[in-house]
Design a protein around this ligand. Structure first.
Ligand SMILES: Cc1cn([C@H]2C[C@H](O)[C@@H](COP(=O)(O)OP(=O)(O)O[C@H]3O[C@H](C)C(=O)[C@H](O)[C@H]3O)O2)c(=O)[nH]c1=O
Length: 355
């Protein structure tokens, strides 16, 4: 009997990067911007597709794109994922080898205010991207999911092979739907597909709706910060450079449809029916929210005025990634200490906003 190892179930496609073309959705967004920068530095050609929605300050998105446009290997289209004709046209013109789909309506709490935006961007938009990937038979389709899909799970750290069937918000539900949609196309069209579960990503150029940005902004302006669940929350905060390094390495680890063989190791989420995997990208550490706030105060050299609040509807109390699978596939583990990452954010924030 043939013995299968993780390498047999994964195609390592590391060579010839210089000529490879990657279509990234969401390049004006926080993670897409950092990933595009990394791939451009490694000689990939990158085309970005971004809707420039006004969910948060559009100037920040424009600035990110301006920086990317300074690279010769970068081109971009502004347009919405929901516009199928546009998505197909962009893919036809660029003819990508790989698609990394990061654009989404993100944010846990906004999904209570405007759930429809999540259905449109995350369900319809993702379907359009999957169609483009199918039509172009790309080498690898990689799509963002979220640790929010672990929802009401309490067994920590979160492992990809355990059930995640209890999403607590429409945001999480749309991302869980994306994972299932990706599986169906991986099976039907033999489309190698990797889904990432991100864990509270933070760092320079971060999202203004997220805790780090909001807290730093408020403290510097002398306004109180809202601390949910009285600070009794935990997050596996993941530094953005580590995250995009993980994505970069996963590009070269396309799943292969399994053939009959011995059982997969318990930590491998490879589907028994399709070239499809879901992979946590997290720091493998869980930080108490009050410690996170304290680290921000130390970095700023200022004390926050704290407004303790109850748990917010839809929020999960804790996240913590088991990153064994990422390590097995790539040999890499995120490692930036949260104090170090916060300090780099604060340095960027002060420089960018002149504070
Ligand atoms: C904005 C805010 C947050 N918080 C708390 C709530 C969390 O315990 C922690 C981090 O919140 P943040 O909004 O930065 O991140 P998450 O709620 O974990 O959600 C984020 O990470 C997941 C994976 C995604 O998929 C989301 O897109 C992304 O928004 O601070 C507060 O206490 N006050 C605040 O004003």
């Amino acid at each position: 009997m043939r013995l299968w190892g993780i390498r047999d179930r994964t195609q390592q496609r590391g060579s010839g990067n210089v000529t490879r073309k990657v279509l990234i959705t969401g390049t004006a967004g926080f993670i897409g911007f950092h990933l595009a920068k990394l791939l451009l530095a490694e000689g990939f050609r990158v085309h970005g597709l971004d809707g420039m929605t006004d969910y948060y300050d559009v100037r920040l998105k424009q600035r990110r794109h301006q920086i990317l446009l300074q690279s010769e290997g970068f081109s971009a289209t502004e347009g919405m994922l929901e516009d199928d004709a546009l998505v197909q046209q962009v893919a036809d013109e660029f003819a990508p080898d790989v698609i990394v789909h990061l654009a989404a309506q993100a944010g846990v709490r906004y999904s209570l205010e405007n759930p429809r935006a999540y259905i449109e961007a995350n369900v319809v938009g993702t379907f359009n991207v999957m169609e483009a990937a199918r039509r172009h038979a790309v080498d690898h389709l990689l799509m963002a999911s979220t640790s929010s899909v672990y929802g009401a799970n309490v067994d920590m750290p979160f492992v990809e092979t355990r059930k995640a069937d209890t999403p607590l918000t429409i945001y999480a539900a749309t991302k869980k739907a994306n994972e299932a949609m990706g599986h169906s196309y991986a099976h039907l069209w033999n489309l190698p597909t990797t889904m990432f579960r991100f864990f509270t990503v933070y760092g320079p150029w971060g999202r203004p709706d997220m805790a780090l940005f909001k807290f730093v902004e408020a403290i510097l302006q002398g306004r109180p910060i809202d601390i949910y669940n009285h600070g009794e929350m935990h997050r596996d905060f993941t530094y953005v450079d580590d995250l995009v390094r993980g994505i970069r390495l996963l590009i070269d680890a396309a799943p292969v449809r399994p053939e009959p063989g011995p059982e997969l190791p318990e930590w491998d989420s490879l589907s028994p029916a399709a070239p499809w995997r879901v992979v946590n990208i997290g720091n493998s550490d869980t930080v108490r929210l009050l410690d996170f706030v304290e680290a921000i105060e130390d970095s700023l050299g200022m004390k926050a005025e704290r407004n303790y609040m109850d748990m917010q509807k839809g929020d999960v109390p804790a996240t913590w990634a088991d990153a064994t699978l990422l390590h097995e596939l790539t040999g890499y583990r995120p490692k930036t200490d949260v104090r170090e990452g916060i300090a780099r954010f604060v340095e960027w924030y002060r420089d960018y906003y002149g504070k």
